[in-house]
Design a protein around this ligand. Structure first.
Ligand code: ADP
Length: 166
């Protein structure tokens, strides 16, 4: 890789909704890359039904990072390596919270290595404060009336409350 070529990373996920764990990873990524594209997956299966529509998920992420020109938010469907190639991204970012993430993440990284050998997966570890945090847990706790204000930013909290009628 030429030293003058900007390093572009892509961070794929469902972000339903974006949590402070995701935000922590974005900040860490920007310490080692020039640009970051947050790629919000538009696919939804019966087993992974979304609470937030794609447009809402995109809008919330945009709100949180709107002051940072290095961060871009895009919807994405299809093969990750194709999307990364189209964007000229060299790096895929994934988070490792606990050993339980490892098996699946390793399989995905190795499959992506087969499909796109020029693209590297970079695993980042969040602050310990967020190491147990997942968007699904936030959805579950919030839907039961629990306080999730430590785990999501203000725009997400507001939208969660509206959505859940609290
Ligand atoms: P979820 O938060 O429901 O696990 P996502 O599909 O939005 O799901 O996650 C996208 C990526 O972000 C995955 O690599 C996941 O491991 C990572 N991630 C999610 N939450 C955290 C967190 N609290 N700390 C570190 N990485 C995280």
């Amino acid at each position: 890789m030429s030293p003058s070529r900007p390093v572009v990373a892509i961070y794929p996920g469902s972000f339903d909704p974006i949590t402070k764990g995701h935000e922590d990873l974005v900040r860490r990524t920007l310490r080692v890359t020039d640009r970051l594209v947050i790629a919000v997956s538009s696919t939804s299966t019966e087993s992974k039904k979304h609470l937030f529509e794609l447009e809402e998920r995109l809008e919330l992420i945009q709100k949180i990072f709107n002051k940072d020109k290095r961060v871009e938010v895009r919807r994405f469907d299809g093969l990750l390596v194709d999307f990364a190639r189209d964007l000229g991204a060299q790096v895929v970012i994934r988070g490792l919270r606990a050993v339980s993430d490892f098996d699946y993440e390793l399989q995905m990284a190795q499959m992506n290595q087969e499909l796109g050998p020029e693209i590297e997966t970079l695993f980042l570890v969040p602050d310990v404060e967020y190491s147990f945090l997942s968007a699904s847990l936030v959805r579950e706790v919030a839907s039961l009336g629990g306080d999730v204000s430590r785990f999501v930013s203000a725009p997400v909290l507001t939208r969660l409350k509206q959505k859940l009628g609290q």
